[in-house]
Structure formats: C-alpha cells, structure tokens
Write a new protein. Structure first.
Length: 161
C-alpha cells in the first residue's frame, strides 16, 4: 500500500505597506510582463528571469565578469569589505535582521517559510499570519531607509565596534 503525501502547504506571505511602492516600481520596470522579474531576452522557454541571473549579477558586483569590451567590472562589494556573498545569504540576513528587530525564533522561521522542527513542528500547525505581518513590518521599517536611499550605508570595514 502506498501512502500519498499531502499537497504542499499554501503559504500566505503578508506584504508590509512599505514594500508596495517597491513592487509598483518593479511592475513599471517589467514593461507589461506578467512577471515582476521578466526575462531580459525574448525566450520561448521562459518569460521570467533565469535562475542564474542573480548569480551573474553578483559576480559582476565582485568584479568577476567582463563587459562587452572585455573590461572587468568594478568590484564595489570587495571595496566595501564584502569578500563573499551568495543569493542564499539574503535569507540568512533576513533571519538575522528579524532577530535584531525582536522577532521570536518560531515566528522568524515561519517568515522564511521554514517548518518548525521536532515535536513542535508536528503539533503546531498555526500559520502565525498576524505575528508574521508585524515582524515583516518591523523589518521593512528597518530596510526602507536603505532601499529608498535615505540612509548612508557604512561598509562593514568602517563600522565602529
């Protein structure tokens, strides 16, 4: 007898009010595409960006790619003291920032769409939507000055410890 697995959980992610203008800007830049991150080139395979697009963009920011004239790109991340960074680091950064704004661990894990571990994960199926909304609002308030360009970013190497 084969036991069928349940359907994947449908997850509702609350969008903080501060992020709405960011998504509106992405929608404008998508030029009528059905996707917020459309493919840069017309393609029959997919109308959205490739999985590798962000990795290529990061490689450019580390000066690891060359432009059409075979000149290396500048290395702004290296100059800022960042020696290594991956797209997955954004999730780690989000988790750390959620802790920094006082989000309890189980709420932060649900914000990242992680299942709770152990017995708690088996018995506690609550989605914590209201608490995730509050946590993501706090996070967006912390990030808004950076995203909106209202805050001077200090490279890690220049911070006072």
């Amino acid at each position: 007898m084969q036991i069928s697995r349940p359907d994947p959980l449908v997850t509702t992610t609350p969008l903080p009010q501060a992020t709405i203008p960011w998504f509106e800007e992405l929608n404008i830049r998508a030029c009528g595409s059905d996707y917020l991150f459309p493919s840069r080139r017309a393609s029959k395979r997919r109308a959205y960006i490739s999985d590798d697009t962000l990795n290529h963009a990061l490689a450019k920011l580390f000066g690891q790619k060359v432009d059409s004239n075979k000149q290396p790109y500048d290395n702004p991340l290296g100059k800022a003291g960042v020696t290594h960074f991956t797209i997955h680091d954004l999730r780690r950064t989000c988790r750390s920032l959620l802790a920094a704004v006082g989000t309890p661990g189980h709420i932060a894990e649900r914000c990242l769409n992680h299942k709770l571990k152990g017995v708690e994960g088996i018995y506690n199926r609550h989605d914590y939507l209201d608490r995730r909304r509050k946590a993501l609002n706090k996070l967006s308030e912390k990030l808004a000055p950076i995203v909106n360009g209202d805050n001077k970013i200090i490279p890690p190497s220049k911070r006072i410890k």
